[in-house]
Design a protein around this ligand. Structure first.
Ligand code: GTR
Length: 686
């Protein structure tokens, strides 16, 4: 008995000490907010704190769009209108619907409580009162444990936001930002609150070379924005520095994380003004002398170090190994090819295009009603199945020629508005997508006269080309139960487009007009990247053509000339899979380079083309990549472009199974390009 007591007392003492340590490092935070607090604190913050050795319990009293007025009224009336969300010590979020504020106030011994205005009113000082005062009073009386009261300063909308409330600020981001600064400063000073300067952190980030890319719908935050906001909360809550915090969310590059942490910390030190912390310009290198020294990964050596001496080792070991790496680290895994869409003939006609062609328009409908429309031209009256070129179009089927009978493709909303992607062609969004506007890229008469069919579909049918968190494309129809976002090794937009190309080929296998065993897949630029991946992942494509595909396509990443992995991940976060983000500014760590992507196509005929003025796509990097890929062709006894010298502008190289040309001119696909492709295809598909 005595012994027991002796043991028990120190144990109890230790337990109390441990409890105290846990208490000290645990911070209980309650936000009285709306969707903007969801953006700011329901992701990243708990993890960021954990990395710094803190445990945060995070409560969020959420009502969509809730203003201070509504919060104050709800507080006083006891309305059970909130969705009460709480992230516990384990990082798991629980949700309790129909909850009154009084419940949440009592649910934990909160250390910190935050308030915020709804975003439309955030810069209108008069809208704060008397509500903020009443709310603060109510909360202070109800939460005796809290010693810190914060004001969550929200952010201005994206400059091009389409939000009716934006007109309060003349649809001008800077005006909105200034207004939020004035109103938040006044509120903070009046009530002795601490500010969480998310508005400024977001604005700081927008002033970097990453620009205004923090929103997902013009006002809510995208993954980057949410990270910035959480980092700002972290600085305020911990009274410290988030820079160097090692928690790294998916889908952000190391460069973005650095800019986000700097932006948050700068806002913490200067909450009401934008700070320049030296990331405003990004220098693109076009200077050959400044290309980093690099060694290409050894293509003919397996992961275990054994050499690839012959075709058998290549096909059974090295190629699958490389393919898996590209799939996991760059493009992402697409769903199994078991999808059997329904094919519906929408329209067909003979002797069109001045008697040159027969036309067919076919709709493929996938699960959940998602559909893609194929436009198919074949040489008029062809007696036998013909070989064909299959490629995705940028701006809708109707844009590739002036044939009035081609159905107007319904463009996705973003493209209707901006043309190609946000930031381009704002004044003339329709012009690129007008009927026939892209005809110069599809010289149908030439192609048909040469005896080939042409098959195309619109990229947005498979996945609209902008970063919306993969909600609007084909990705969503394959999510597993409860899944809302592709896993880090699952497909981005490029892999989805490549998948679409394969589904088009599935259809062509059933269409007697086209010989599916003689289909060349091609694409320009981003669609050239997709064509290369389609060629790599689907060996049914008999020939592959990359037109100015550049970074992420044919060009070697390690040269980092023109567009780089960092830049492409920033500008087009949706193109590649999540894992690819970690190679931004980190090309040396890539377990492959793009010559190995080209090599995956061997021994099938491959054409890589560049344009002399297309420095952004690094023509030399595309050429060197094709030369390096020739080793794989060598295993089959083909010379490829081994030992070739880069041609002068206007010159072309046509070798054993591989071809390259450097067209004179800018980034585009022209008749010059097509004439070469046709001549190349004539060798293999006729
Ligand atoms: C550019 C992008 C390139 C290329 C191009 C295009 O802005 O940086 O990688 O794909 O767009 O598709 O036209």
């Amino acid at each position: 008995m005595k012994i027991k007591r002796i043991l028990f007392i120190p144990l109890l003492f230790l337990a109390v000490l441990a409890g105290a340590a846990q208490e000290r490092d645990t911070l209980r935070i309650l936000s009285i907010g709306n969707s903007f607090s969801v953006d700011a604190i329901e992701q990243n913050l708990h993890e960021m704190a954990a990395d710094a050795g803190y445990v945060y319990i995070i409560g969020n009293m959420y009502i969509g769009g809730c203003s201070l007025e509504r919060h104050a009224n709800h507080a006083e009336s006891g309305a059970a209108d909130y969705s009460y969300r709480k992230i516990g010590t384990d990082g798991i979020r629980m949700v309790r619907e129909k909850t009154p504020l009084s419940y949440a106030l009592k649910d934990e011994r909160w250390d910190v409580v935050s308030f915020q205005q709804s975003s439309p009113l955030s810069g209108i000082s008069a809208s704060y009162e008397p509500w903020l005062g009443r709310l603060v009073r109510y909360v202070k009386a109800g939460v005796p444990s809290a010693s810190r009261f914060l004001f969550h300063q929200t952010w201005a909308y994206a400059q091009d936001a389409l939000n009716p409330n934006y007109s309060h600020y003349g649809c001008d981001q800077k005006l909105m930002y200034r207004a939020i600064m004035d109103a938040s400063k006044q509120a903070v000073e009046h009530y002795g609150l601490e500010v969480i300067p998310c508005g400024t952190a977001i604005q700081n980030y927008r002033a970097t070379w990453y620009r205004d890319n923090v929103n997902r719908d013009g006002y809510h935050l995208n993954l980057t924005g949410r990270y910035i906001a959480a980092a700002t909360w972290f600085c305020t809550l911990s009274g410290g520095d988030v820079r160097g915090n090692a928690y790294m969310p998916l889908y952000l590059t190391p460069g973005q994380v650095k800019a986000a942490q700097e932006a948050a910390f700068a806002a913490y030190t200067s909450p009401y003004a934008v700070t320049d912390f030296g990331m405003r310009s990004n220098t693109v290198n076009y200077d050959e002398a400044r290309v980093p020294k690099f060694t290409l990964p050894a293509m003919m050596r397996c992961g275990d170090g054994s050499p690839v001496r012959n075709r058998r080792v290549w096909e059974t070991k090295r190629r699958p190994e490389l393919y898996a790496l590209f799939e996991r680290e760059m493009f992402g895994r697409a769903p199994e090819a078991s999808e059997k869409p329904e094919a519906e003939l929408l329209e067909s006609a003979e002797g069109v295009l001045g008697g040159l062609a027969d036309r067919k328009q076919v709709r493929l409908t996938f699960r959940k009603g998602r559909a893609m429309d194929l436009l198919i031209y074949t040489p008029a009256g062809a007696k036998k199945p013909v070989p064909a070129f299959l490629g995705i179009n940028f701006h809708g089927n109707h844009s590739i020629c002036s044939d009035e009978a081609v159905r107007m493709t319904e463009l996705d909303a973003q493209q209707r508005r901006y043309g190609v992607y946000p930031g381009m062609d704002r004044d003339k969004p329709e012009s690129r997508a007008a009927r026939g506007a892209q005809a110069s890229r599809w010289p149908l008469e030439r192609i048909l006269a040469a005896g080939y069919g042409v098959v195309t579909f619109y990229r947005g049918d498979i996945d609209p080309d902008f970063d919306d968190g993969f909600r609007n494309g084909v990705h969503g129809i394959f999510y597993k139960e409860g899944q809302h976002y592709p896993e880090p090794d699952e497909w981005g937009a490029l892999a989805a487009w490549a998948w679409g190309l394969s589904r088009a080929l599935d259809y062509l296998e059933t269409d007697s007009c086209i010989d599916a065993s003689r289909v060349a897949v091609l694409g320009h630029s981003r669609l050239g990247k997709a064509a290369l991946w389609a060629g790599a992942s689907d060996s049914r494509f008999a020939l592959v053509i990359s037109n100015d595909s550049g970074c992420g396509g044919a060009a070697l990443s390690r040269r980092a000339l023109g567009e780089t992995v960092e830049i492409i991940n920033r500008s087009f976060p949706h193109w590649f899979c999540g894992n690819f983000k970690k190679y931004g500014g980190n090309e040396d760590k890539l377990p492959f380079d793009q010559h190995e992507l080209l090599a995956l196509i061997a021994p099938r005929p491959l054409y890589v083309a560049s344009a002399s003025l297309d420095r952004w796509a690094d023509p030399k990097g595309e050429f060197l990549s094709a030369v390096a890929a020739s080793e794989a062709y060598g295993l089959y006894g083909f010379r490829g472009l081994k030992g070739a010298r880069m041609p002068e502008p206007g010159g072309s190289l046509l070798s054993d199974r591989m071809a390259y040309h450097l067209r004179e001119g800018k980034h585009d696909i022209t008749e010059f390009d097509w004439l070469h492709y046709i001549a190349f295809a004539d060798q293999f598909l006729k």
